[in-house]
Design a protein around this ligand. Structure first.
Ligand code: GAP
Length: 498
């Protein structure tokens, strides 16, 4: 995994049409990305697999019966009272510090400070940006690399601490990540992550609305509509995939943390007494689903949140975490599974004055259901599959190929005439037309065959079918396997079944 550098992956994504920086011709815009022709295909394949697994073919529950989960597509902009009730207006904040000299802005909780353990209260201290998984060991290496300390590391006993844990007076001694003199960092202050907008013609505070920071609230707003119109009974789920927006202080690590991204969320409404059981159930299901996308089990873990990590709405939460190239050897978040209790429905009941209680006929009891929420990142999941598929192989021209599971690969099959003459393109095009209604295929006649294979390796196409001189004689084509590079002949009439 160490060799799977982000630099190489980002370059492949650009070169082969997976992900482009948004507004690139204008110099880009921090925290926004465009998904190219192959990126959108891959992202849609993950989304469709999730939707099938959640809505069309939900898991079988502990009692042996299939669960009831219905889909939803709610508006990105809702009445702003939604976000007051949900706690996002008051509580969806990150601590932020500014650097007065470099004008950079950092998440205060992402800054670590290295200092002498026998500090006399006068020496300089150095702040650097660290992923959650960065170890103290990495901090030392980083520091040594940039030669920021005045003394050789071997002679001094250093300690690394989160900036937010240091007394405010120490700020005067701290050298910020992008500057050379101490004292340029401001005190941490809370920064609301919601992006706002002003629908309609009048641009004042009374017309302020928000781009949703999570898809979940649209589900809570429609809980009653779904109950009243669909034949669902508690326990049941509502699933939604869509865009969410957060004004992240420091968007980074490619599409890992961006300001516009997509989520796949499902709110599972259940009786309060059963919530713990369902929490365990969904933990297990979600790990299984991610593994079913071909992720190496070594690279995926489930990590319970500490009490002080829990979001304002949650009484328990576990993260599914992946070993990204930039967190290795540690892990970073991919999905959170939260026990939200009755928080959201109760809040919306209080703020809207609309009753959110459910009458359970079987139990003859009225209650506000509790909610278990598996909330995954679709764009982050796309990054995970890109990282996971990225396979170094010195036997290939570009030294790399993308090993997607065939069912998730953006292109399932490429159809090539060996040369662009002698009747081969016509046969190849006919085969392409026969297959394209069932599989995402690509027909390509240009360049020599080696280059066309190399391109398909880099975009992760599992099979290439080539029409050559022999095809006209015996109606066979070669099939080339992406992973083994082996080739064999099969009848042209057997390609679809293959
Ligand atoms: N409704 C609960 C909720 O939104 P979250 O942990 O804040 O929970 C769920 O978000 C998932 O959304 C995360 O696990 C992550 O995959 C994705 N996500 C959150 N912020 C993101 C960002 N800035 N960029 C990309 N993905 C993000």
């Amino acid at each position: 995994m160490a060799e799977k550098s982000m630099e190489k992956l980002v370059s492949l994504c650009k070169r082969r049409g997976f992900v482009f920086p948004a507004s690139e011709i204008y110099g880009g815009i921090n925290g926004f990305w465009d998904y190219g022709p192959l990126g959108i295909q891959l992202k849609n394949n993950i989304r469709d697999d999730w939707w099938r697994n959640m809505v069309e073919c939900p898991p079988v529950g502990p009692d042996g019966h299939p669960l009831q989960i219905v889909g939803l597509d709610s508006a990105i902009i809702q009445n702003p009272k939604t976000w007051e009730a949900s706690g996002h207006v008051g509580g969806f904040n990150d601590p932020m510090v500014d650097c007065k000299e470099s004008k950079s802005r950092y998440r205060a909780d992402h800054l670590l400070v290295i200092s002498n353990r026998n500090d006399t209260g006068e020496n300089r201290m150095y702040a650097f940006i660290a992923d959650d998984s960065d170890s103290e060991d990495r901090a030392h290496k980083l520091l040594a690399k940039y030669e920021k300390v005045d003394l050789p590391l071997s002679e001094v006993d250093y300690q690394v601490r989160p900036l937010v844990q240091l007394p405010v007076e120490d700020l005067q001694r701290i050298v910020g990540p992008d500057v050379k003199t101490p004292g340029s960092l401001t005190e941490p202050r809370q920064f609301n992550l919601m992006l706002d907008t002003y629908p309609g013609v009048i641009r004042d505070e009374t017309n302020k609305a928000y781009l949703r920071p999570e898809t979940a609230q649209g589900i809570f707003l429609n809980y009653k509509n779904v109950l009243d119109t669909m034949r669902v009974r508690v326990p049941f789920g509502i699933a939604q995939v869509g865009k969410a927006f957060r004004n992240e202080v420091t968007p980074r690590n490619f599409i890992f943390r961006s300001r516009e991204f997509e989520q796949m969320e499902m709110e599972w409404f259940c009786h309060p007494d059963d919530a713990k059981k369902w929490y365990e159930f969904w933990k297990d299901q979600r790990m299984k689903w991610w593994l079913s996308l071909g992720i190496d089990p070594e690279n995926l873990i489930c990590r319970d949140h500490e009490q002080d990590e829990l979001a304002h709405y949650s009484s328990a939460c576990v993260d599914v975490e992946y070993r990204y190239p930039f967190t290795t050897p540690g892990f970073g978040e991919l999905e959170g599974i939260a026990h939200r209790g009755g928080f959201d429905l109760t809040q919306h009941q209080e703020h809207s004055k609309v009753k959110m209680q459910y009458f359970d006929q079987e139990r003859n009891e009225r209650y506000i259901p509790h909610v278990i929420e598996p909330a995954g990142g679709l764009t982050r999941g796309t990054l995970v599959l890109l990282c996971e598929a990225f396979t170094l192989d010195e036997n290939r021209p570009s030294g790399v190929y993308m090993k997607f599971l065939p069912r998730l690969a953006p292109i399932k099959a490429a159809i090539f005439p060996l040369v662009n003459k002698e009747g081969m393109p016509e046969i190849a095009e006919k085969l392409y037309l026969d297959l394209r209604g069932k599989f995402t295929c690509q027909f390509d006649v240009k360049q020599n065959i080696g280059k066309r294979y190399a391109r398909m390796d880099e975009v992760g196409t599992p099979f290439c079918f080539t029409i050559d001189g022999q095809t006209k004689e015996d109606q066979t084509v070669t099939v080339r396997y992406r992973d083994t590079l082996q080739q064999e002949r099969i009848g042209i009439d057997k390609v679809e079944a293959f």
